[in-house]
Ligand binder design. Structure first.
Ligand code: NAD
Ligand code: UD1
Length: 331
């Protein structure tokens, strides 16, 4: 199939482009590089050993998106393009609502116009809010605590409403848990701008000596050691989950958790990193981060049952691969 991957130069998108090409698909990337680098396109081609077509466009731009659908026979869209910094979304809500919602509307409209019936969307476990773990797809969603989370809830609703009146449309909504790790080549991985918000890139930058020490946000949660529990999933497993979702799409809207089903605390992750890589990660305990929840992990059984997909790589592999990428990475 010819797959249009929006946000394909980014962290999860770049790994998914490789997985799609390995599964025999052709990839067209649309990305405005607002949170990624052009050189990622070269790296994707190097790793996959295949060419990709790249459009440097903003996917909120109706005419630019239309031109791609006009030039190529697109069989499916995987829509990663989005802004994802929770803190920035609170400061600049309009930027987030515009980018993340309008992009979904522009792309679905182009799909309708050109008869493209396969659409895969990047959602997030953030839509579950502070529900009881493990999170199951059938749970009622709780109101998001920030505009970023709202854009995911709203996009899910928009896609569901559109699919309800377009019986030939097949939509897969993938709720990611916490992506970590990198491609085993060490060529592509997560390279956030500025100081990382997320745990794994923060840990790797401390290990590299770029940051002095990790600040552990709270050790008084009702968890095994008081620190927050998350379901870390290797980004290559996540990428393979997209291929499975695309290849098993059937009409209607289907929601899948992409997680491992296993929770890991902050301190467990730090210890796993130290053990895997033989490097000490200095840390201090500080206050809780506002908006954080104690525990978040998936019931991942639906994806296994319906897509035949499960995560294969463990937390040690995530620590190896994240570190290999960080060591090699030059700004
Ligand atoms: P990323 O920032 O690395 O990748 C997103 C890509 O989209 C970037 O290359 C960026 O340049 C591009 N982009 C953003 N807005 C665009 C626009 N309007 N037009 C064209 N390109 C645009 O982020 P990621 O971690 O790879 O996340 C991909 C998707 O997965 C996002 O929608 C994100 O919200 C979602 N998600 C990510 C996580 C996570 O922890 N990384 C968790 C849950 C969901
Ligand atoms: C965060 C976002 C969430 C988003 C997800 C993936 C917030 C409140 N939530 O979730 O909306 O979908 O990233 O992008 O920003 N931690 C530390 N020290 C650090 C960083 C993190 O102790 O420097 C802890 C956190 O308190 C948490 C765990 O590590 O317990 C994971 O944090 P993080 O990687 O930011 O992911 P989430 O909090 O799950």
């Amino acid at each position: 199939m010819n797959i249009l991957v929006t946000g394909g130069a980014g962290y999860i998108g770049s790994h998914t482009c490789i997985a799609l090409m390995e599964a025999g698909h052709s990839v067209i990337i649309a990305d405005n590089l607002c949170n990624s680098k052009r050189e990622n396109i070269e790296k994707i081609m190097d790793v996959a050993g295949k060419e990709v077509t790249f459009y440097e466009i903003n996917v909120t731009d109706v005419e630019a998106v239309d031109a791609i659908f006009k030039n190529y026979k697109i069989d499916g869209v995987v829509h990663f393009a989005g802004l994802k910094a929770v803190g920035e979304s609170i400061e600049k809500p309009l930027k987030y609502y515009y980018n993340n919602i309008v992009s979904t509307m522009v792309l679905t409209k182009a799909c309708k116009k050109y008869g493209v019936n396969r659409f895969v969307f990047s959602s997030s476990a953030t839509v579950y809010g502070n529900n009881k773990v493990p999170f199951v797809e059938t749970m009622d969603l709780l109101p998001a605590t920030n505009p970023y989370g709202e854009t995911k809830v709203m996009s899910e609703q928009i896609l569901t409403d559109i699919a309800n009146v377009n019986p030939t449309l097949s939509v897969s909504i993938l709720r990611y848990f916490n992506p970590a790790g990198a491609h085993e080549s060490g060529l592509i991985g997560e390279a956030p701008n500025g100081i990382p918000n997320n745990l794994m890139p923060y840990v790797t930058q401390v290990a590299k000596g770029k940051l002095e020490k990790l600040r552990v946000f709270g050790n008084d949660y009702p968890t095994i050691d008081g620190t927050g529990i998350r379901d870390y999933i290797h980004v290559v497993d996540l990428a393979e989950g997209h291929v499975a979702a695309l290849e098993n799409l059937t009409e209607g809207v289907h929601i899948y958790n992409l997680g491992t089903g296993k929770g890991t605390s902050v301190l467990e992750l730090v210890r796993a990193f130290e053990e895997a890589n033989g490097i000490e990660v200095p840390y201090e305990i500080v206050d809780r981060r506002p908006g954080d929840i104690a525990s978040c992990y998936a019931d991942a059984s639906k994806a296994k049952r319906e897509l035949g997909w499960t995560a294969k790589r463990d937390i040690i592999a995530m620590c190896w691969d994240s570190w290999r990428f960080e060591k090699n990475y030059k700004e």
